[in-house]
Design a protein around this ligand. Structure first.
Ligand SMILES: Nc1nc2c(c(=O)[nH]1)N[C@H]1C(S)=C(S)[C@@H](COP(=O)(O)O)O[C@H]1N2
Ligand SMILES: [Mo]
Length: 250
């Protein structure tokens, strides 16, 4: 557990802009005190997420301690508490419109060929962490192993936090830069970052990269995920402004 990261955010809060500390005055000036106490518009809600957990411990106003952790990542969870899973009790199910549904253990996933990608991570709220390595099993490999039926058009992801969901079209899910990730920043993914296994959708905003991944269900159509139900784009392509968001050739 990284002590720099908040663990269980309660009320959401605004992130600093790209690693710049945001002072209390700026915060209040931007959104107004009233917005802190209620659930705001979806976009603001997301912009505000993941903040009070740590700050509240440090300051009763909940308005200080806005600094991102050293690596530039913020801790995000829409669930207030998430169970821990490890090599003993972690399971990933692949089911739905497939010929061979399967349940993987962590060791099963580790035994499969691993792909490593190093790209920028970008949250839709503006923060970015450049050149972050992710490593894991290509989602396309798990889909091929399951035998996707011809009627299928999409993939739905569920999480053992019991709340978060995401989805991709089948074409998106089959891209070579979409991983069922076991490692991030060249370490096994820790609990706070969605370990032991999270989705990593390299070319899309980071909200697509569902943490604590526990289910992959092949479906007919895309069913919008948690944030998408709250107003976010289902097709969450990151702008190509960094010139590094294209699909890798290898
Ligand atoms: N299960 C789950 N996955 C999630 C989220 C979440 O709240 N719950 N937040 C998303 C968002 S908005 C972002 S920016 C990233 C944050 O990942 P991190 O906590 O590793 O920085 O996770 C994404 N995946
Ligand atoms: Mo995000």
């Amino acid at each position: 557990m990284n002590s720099e990261q908040p663990e269980e955010p309660g009320t959401p809060q605004p992130p600093p802009e790209r690693g710049t500390p945001v002072g209390r005055r700026v915060l209040l000036g931007t959104i107004g005190l009233g917005a802190l106490g209620v659930v705001a518009a979806p976009a603001l809600q997301h912009a505000l997420e993941g903040f009070l957990g740590a700050a509240a411990e440090k300051d009763p106003t909940g308005l200080t301690g806005l600094l991102p952790n050293g690596g530039g990542f913020r801790y995000y969870s829409v669930a207030s508490s998430v169970p821990h899973r490890n090599a003993t009790n972690y399971r990933l199910t692949v089911d739905g419109l497939v010929d061979r549904p399967k349940t993987y253990t962590l060791d099963d996933l580790r035994a499969l060929p691993q792909t490593r990608l190093v790209k920028d991570v970008q949250c839709v709220t503006g923060w970015r962490v450049p050149g972050t390595p992710f490593e894991g099993v290509r989602l396309s490999r798990l889909l091929d192993a399951a035998g996707v039926r011809s009627t299928a058009g999409a993939v739905r992801f569920t999480c053992f936090d019991g709340t978060y969901t995401e989805s991709l079209t089948l074409d998106q899910a089959r891209r070579s830069d979409v991983l069922v990730a076991l490692r991030m920043q060249d370490k096994n993914i820790g609990h706070d970052h969605g370990g032991p296994v999270r989705l990593y959708v390299a070319p899309m905003y980071f909200y697509k990269s569902a943490k604590w991944l526990s289910g992959i269900t092949v479906t007919e159509d895309v069913k919008p995920g948690y944030w998408e139900d709250r107003g976010y784009d289902v097709d969450a392509w990151v702008g190509h402004s960094n010139g590094r968001d294209d699909e890798p050739t290898s």
